[in-house]
Write a protein that binds this ligand. Structure first.
Ligand code: DX5
Ligand code: ZN
Length: 218
């Protein structure tokens, strides 16, 4: 399914109201909910872990898309699958055995995602294309929301779309997506757009209308 999907990142939502934030975003047209897990080791910021994902799960009707910015990954796969992740995305840079990690994610029963930092070339994914359901192209350096989109990644998106061919692999773009950058990445071959600040900034649970306006604008 190559229709364009919007995946709001709750990293930019109200941390004390995740359940209501997720429900409001879905009510306003979010296709997936993107959940950013950070460990203060692989990235220089800490967000939350599997217990928070499990608490959010009942408030999401659709796909819970969990982006692991942690290292190591393997010891925590079961916990995130148990927490209800539909898609579990690990970074290629997070350890020496990404192929093993992707296989373990699928064996656990989730779809497997592979995230690439801005400095990692498209070619690094070449040997993994049959082992993934999604490739996440980071268009900022992971760790924080609200950063500026890195334009050099557009060429990487194009290359990946060609490499993927007719495999059923999503290309997700994460970082700096807004109404200006969204059309650029879609034209390059992306089909899932993560958006944190562009969706939740200006929104609130009490008045979710801004989410709808912002999601529609992307
Ligand atoms: C960055 C996260 C992103 C981030 C996107 O490390 O993976 O999902 O929250 O936020 P915006 O859309 O504000 O760049
Ligand atoms: Zn993310």
């Amino acid at each position: 399914d190559r229709s364009i999907k919007i995946a709001p990142s709750i990293l930019a939502a109200d941390f004390a109201a995740f359940g209501a934030e997720c429900a409001a975003a879905e009510a306003q047209g979010a296709d997936w909910i993107h959940v950013d897990v950070m460990d203060g080791h692989f990235v220089p910021n800490i967000s939350f872990g599997p217990a928070t994902c499990a608490a959010i799960r009942p408030h999401i009707k659709g796909v819970m898309d969990v982006h692991l910015m942690i290292s190591p990954v393997d010891p925590y796969i079961d916990a995130f699958v148990q927490a209800g992740a539909d898609i579990l995305t690990a970074h290629l840079e997070a350890g020496p055995h990404i192929h093993r990690t992707l296989q373990a994610i699928r064996a656990g029963g989730a779809k497997a995602g592979l995230a690439l930092n801005p400095g990692t070339p498209a070619e690094a994914a070449a040997g993994l294309l049959d082992d993934v359901d999604l490739i996440c192209v980071m268009t900022v350096n992971p760790g924080f929301g609200g950063q500026k989109f890195i334009h050099s990644q557009i060429d990487k998106i194009r290359k990946l779309r060609t490499m993927i061919g007719d495999r059923p692999v999503h290309i997700e773009i994460d970082g700096g997506i807004d109404p200006v950058t969204a059309p650029l990445v879609v034209a390059a071959g992306a089909d899932v757009l993560v958006a944190g600040s562009a969706v939740f900034r200006g929104g609130s649970v009490a008045d979710p209308a801004p989410y709808g306006r912002n999601i529609a604008a992307i």
